[in-house]
Design a protein around this ligand. Sequence first.
Ligand code: AKG
Ligand code: FE2
Length: 278
Amino acid sequence: MIDIPRLETSADRAAIGEALDAAGCCLIEKAADPSVMDAIRAEMLPYSGKATFGVGEFEGMLTRRTGSIVDRSETYRSLAMHPAVMAGGDHIFAKASSWMLSAVELIEIFPGQPDQMLHRDQWKYDYLDLPVEVEFNGMWALDDFTEENGATRVIPGSHLWGNKEHPTSEHSTPAEMAKGSLLLYTGRLYHGGGPNQSDAPRAGLSLQHCLGWLAQSEQIMLECPPAVVVDWPDDLVRFIGYKKRADALGYFRDSEDPMTAVHPDRDFGRGWIIHEET
Ligand SMILES: O=C(O)CCC(=O)C(=O)O
Ligand SMILES: [Fe+2]
């Protein structure tokens, strides 16, 4: 097994692309200040405190998942388009018309939670052995991630495998990282939450991004309707889905741009052809 490529925050876009091609994952050490992680956690506390444990083994009966992060956490919004995320997504989806945010989830693995089945996130799009990457995901460490507290386990290089491999935990390695670090990985990489054998929960902010022509995992646009996003930067609003996703895909009303729903007084043009991100 190859090692997880570990990059400095100063790594350029090409280095991130090369690491993802080679390993299907990479880790950006201390990509954000730990205080930013604490702020996200504090903003989510009123909601995570009320969230319940998973109902199935995959979700984790001792794992708490809290969503709707984009509207609930202003601090996350400032991080959503982090340069490393954009570099990775632009590289993985280089041939696509567009890509976008698909889901953001606070995942807290509590003590006693056993390891999660190793899986490929893109199995959500049916159990197809897709020949291309259709998802690009990540995990912000809201705590220090250690093998003991359930650091996400990955199999570097497994993005090139097929669906028939049935890897077990021994084939994987824990993505140990300091608070504020960012693990990036593709939709075909085998990975899973690690077992928490410590005495405190492990919190991570799980990110998912997908090709523009796929359904988002989370109904982000229902959570963030036009009245909620009206004062947000245009690039963020587009990133969560208010955009034409490809030619003739994702238009609003009479071939209008979905941004018209947010800003009826502005002119975003009409027509099916998209001119951005092609
Ligand atoms: O919490 C983790 O470390 C990973 C969780 C995960 O991969 C998933 O739920 O799809
Ligand atoms: Fe996963």
